[in-house]
Design a protein around this ligand. Sequence first.
Ligand SMILES: [Fe+2]
Length: 440
Amino acid sequence: MALAALLVIAAASALSLPPAASLAVTSPYMRPPPRETLSLLKDHDADGQTPQQVHISMVGLDKMRVSWVTDDDAPAIVEYGTTSGQYPSSATGNTTSYSYVLYNSGKIHDAVTGPLQPSTTYYYRCSSSPAREFSFRTPPATLPVKFVIAGDLGQTGWTESTLKHIAASDYDVLLLPGDLSYADFVQPRWDSFGRLVTPLASARPWMVTQGNHEVEKMPVVEPEPFKAYNARWRMPYDVDTAGTTSSDSNLFYSFDVAGGAVHVVMLGSYADFAAQNEWLRRDLAALDRRKAAAFVVALVHAPWYSSNEAHEGDGDAMRVAMEEVLYEARVDAVFAGHVHAYERFARVYQGKSDPCGPVYVTIGDGGNREGLAKNYVDPAPAVSAFREASFGHGRLEVVNATHALWAWHRNNDDEPVVADQVWITSLAANPACNRKKNKT
Ligand SMILES: [Fe+2]
């Protein structure tokens, strides 16, 4: 604890210094090795129509998509209400399925509930099954709002530890910057991942974007990329709202939280950059940031800034293609996964410290089976504020229109420990960073 406190103080001190004197912190803490992959290949309590692999995602400000799987045919209906056991409202959606080499998925259903009241707990059941009741809480309509951010989750003992820590926090929305199941072509692992995350993902919206482990493309045999991911983790890419612009791909989209006070852009590290950039310019140009969005954050998978030796350069092409658009729109922070470690940068633009650039964070340390990325470039670049190779998750609490608190929680011997913490101030509230007009 004493070391953690010192590191927090050191990191905070480093931020307050001018860029030339920046003191990068390389934490000496090292985690034990990867943990075993969990075995959740069967849902032993389920019959063919029992809903399983339940997760929810926001659709606009006041609707929620419920997604679930049944082994056999079942209706794509969600019944819901604000009292346990009573379901006066219902929504009917769609069912899909896919095959992958010799694997045939279960029936993958989704239905959009709402309009819903903010900050309200709804009880629901899927496919009219009396076997399982779930509940979720809708995000607040105004600030403050609490996000959890965790990338590269996988399904190991460390994932379990991370999820336990996340469950103990009272968050509103989870953001996942790619690499979910680590199914790696073995499709039943998508099912086991769905079962693993159901207790959390059925209760709070899980907003995800894709990583390289989601591609699962095989020449000739399986030429369609993201087959399982797109079928199982449908996000609200096709929804236009007051503050968001629809895209034509599940691989990149945006959504608003807290009445539009926070705008979240979910980018695709493995989606076409030209089409994505065109959509991103429109999405950010339409954002009337001064009136609505106090904070704008973006997620990618492969980090644009990293001083870890793992995956060096993987995010460079995307950074070159899209960094200017985020900078011109005064995006406050960019969160990435891919590198299995934690790192926080100062505000950066084009490789240099810039007070109007985003804070860059790598949070690819959810607990996957590949283990940690322990080797860093030495010495640390001046713009790297804190870096450590251990598993954990992050929490971003947007407290008001000017301040957000970012904290990284390390899985320290199965207890979460705050190892890095920093206040992020909104660029929209900084007169020196008045947002330039977006190029459209
Ligand atoms: Fe990755």
